[in-house]
Design a protein around this ligand. Structure first.
Ligand SMILES: Cc1cc2nc3c(=O)[nH]c(=O)nc-3n(C[C@H](O)[C@H](O)[C@H](O)COP(=O)(O)OP(=O)(O)OC[C@H]3O[C@@H](n4cnc5c(N)ncnc54)[C@H](O)[C@@H]3O)c2cc1C
Length: 441
């Protein structure tokens, strides 16, 4: 179930006359994003909104909201869903879209995988490709705590002035050793324009060489957009991708090299929270800066600027409003993620067991870091895919005011509770393993 079919003008089943035809791609639920990007971008010259990791699956990502590097321009992956084929709990195969089963259609857009039905196929809207995709990568080390505070403050004001727009995505990491790692992506700018954007920030750093050191020359580089996921091009870039080493594996089976460490990682702690764009206002920035600095005294904090839709075009924001994801995403400029892991360990495997004592200490530090950041954030919200497994108030955190509507869809399409996942819609009605109904409270 990995087929990808490209359409020039797609209209959902039963929607003729009600929906304008749009370019789209129909993707079988077993496909992974790298194969989808190869089919849609490399081969067909279009853009489809998916996720950053090449081996993540299409069905789970779409149902959980879904962000990619360029979501600040194209919005939520779930919002580009036009139609899904779904096997429901009663064994029926339904074509679900805005005209047929509209409530189930809405719930599939961000309501979380595994709770509502088995998705066998999705049709996603595609977009014109921008001219360029690129990255801006640099790491700056501050000489003291006071310099680091000033660096965080300068970066936040620079972000608010120059990067808070649909061109810029990905992340900045506030490290514990007074270093700032910038790993931003851009689209729709050429290299010269991207360089010009960063020049004032680089000039500011250069004014204080004793306080700030770039640990390597900054990289600001772009490539023609159609090449970004082309396996033939990627294989020529040293260290960019790894290949599927199994005998007979298809040539296009590649994945980002950085993803290798994610296989066999033991997650010690993982927390996330949307950061409201109101904190970018000039009179609010100091609160954010102080909270970020305080958090780094415990653990490193990453702001994923592509995973909040404040600053995105109106069309992307409107489309996200019509999904089940927590509406807090609309007012957030970034998702803060604070996480720790041990690599190449597997519970139960002799010689590779995780160090549980260290993991617990790390989990506590991660918790303290998030608490420090939350002093500036009034309301905790996140999306289900990248969130705290132990989130107590998960219904509110993942879906906010949409939760009751989601629950109504769940009760209509799965009244017996066949589908159950940890912290999925309706899971509070079951024991933690999903086998026994919880006593009514
Ligand atoms: C290394 C890594 C990087 C990631 N990067 C991103 C990112 O850039 N952006 C982002 O948005 N997310 C990201 N994620 C999170 C990712 O979107 C979720 O883990 C998502 O659930 C993965 O989708 P999947 O299809 O692989 O589903 P799985 O992880 O296999 O399943 C997730 C849930 O969906 C259900 N599910 C899966 N397939 C179906 C189906 N066909 N029908 C119904 N239910 C189904 C499962 O039962 C399960 O409950 C990342 C995750 C990892 C591990």
């Amino acid at each position: 179930m990995e087929k990808v079919v490209i359409h020039d003008a797609f209209v959902g089943a039963g929607c003729a006359g009600k929906q304008a035809p749009v370019p789209a791609a129909t993707i079988d639920a077993g496909a992974i994003w790298m194969h989808v990007y190869d089919a849609v971008t490399t081969k067909a010259g279009r853009y489809v909104q998916g996720g950053g990791c090449a081996t993540v699956g299409v069905a789970g990502l779409i149902q959980s909201g879904g962000f990619g590097s360029h979501s600040k321009r194209y919005g939520l992956a779930a919002a580009s869903l036009i139609e899904a084929e779904v096997v429901t709990a009663d064994g029926k195969v339904l074509m679900v879209n805005a005209c047929s089963h509209p409530e189930l259609f809405w719930a599939l857009k961000g309501g979380g995988g595994g709770s509502l039905g088995v998705v066998t196929k999705v049709t996603l809207r595609t977009h014109d490709l921008p001219s360029t995709f690129g990255v801006a990568i640099m790491q700056i080390k501050a000489a003291s705590d006071a310099s680091y505070r000033r660096l965080i403050a300068r970066f936040i004001s620079f972000y608010a002035e120059s990067l808070f727009n649909p061109h810029w995505g990905e992340q900045v990491i506030f490290k514990t050793d007074n270093a700032l790692a910038i790993e931003m992506s851009f689209q729709g700018l050429d290299k010269q324009q991207a360089n010009a954007v960063w020049q004032p920030f680089l000039d500011w750093l250069a004014q204080s060489p004793t306080e700030y050191q770039l640990t390597a020359a900054p990289i600001i580089a772009g490539i023609p957009a159609r090449m970004l996921w082309d396996p033939k091009v990627l294989k020529t870039i040293p260290g960019a991708v790894k290949m599927d080493g199994r005998p007979g594996a298809p040539e296009e089976n590649i994945f980002w090299s950085g993803g290798e460490k994610e296989a066999g990682k033991f997650i010690s702690g993982y927390q996330s929270a949307w950061v409201p764009a109101s904190l970018l206002q000039a009179d609010q920035q100091a609160r954010l800066v102080e909270a970020l600095f305080a958090s780094t005294r415990h653990w490193e904090m990453a702001l994923h600027c592509n995973k909040g839709l404040a600053g995105a075009p109106d069309e992307a924001r409107q489309a996200a409003k019509d999904t089940a994801i927590n509406p807090l995403v609309l007012d957030a400029f970034a998702l803060a993620i604070c996480a720790g892991e041990q690599l190449r360990v597997h519970a139960g495997m002799p010689g590779h067991r995780p160090d549980l004592e260290r993991a617990r200490a790390d989990a506590n530090a991660i918790n303290d870091a998030m608490e420090a950041l939350m002093t500036a954030i009034p309301q905790r919200g996140s999306y289900v895919s990248e969130s705290n497994y132990f989130e107590r108030n998960w219904q509110q955190a993942f879906w906010g005011q949409n939760y009751l509507r989601l629950l109504a869809v769940k009760r209509k399409y799965d009244p017996e509770g066949l589908f159950f996942v940890h912290h999925g819609v309706g899971s509070e009605e079951w024991s933690s393993d999903g086998f026994v109904r919880a006593p009514m409270s």
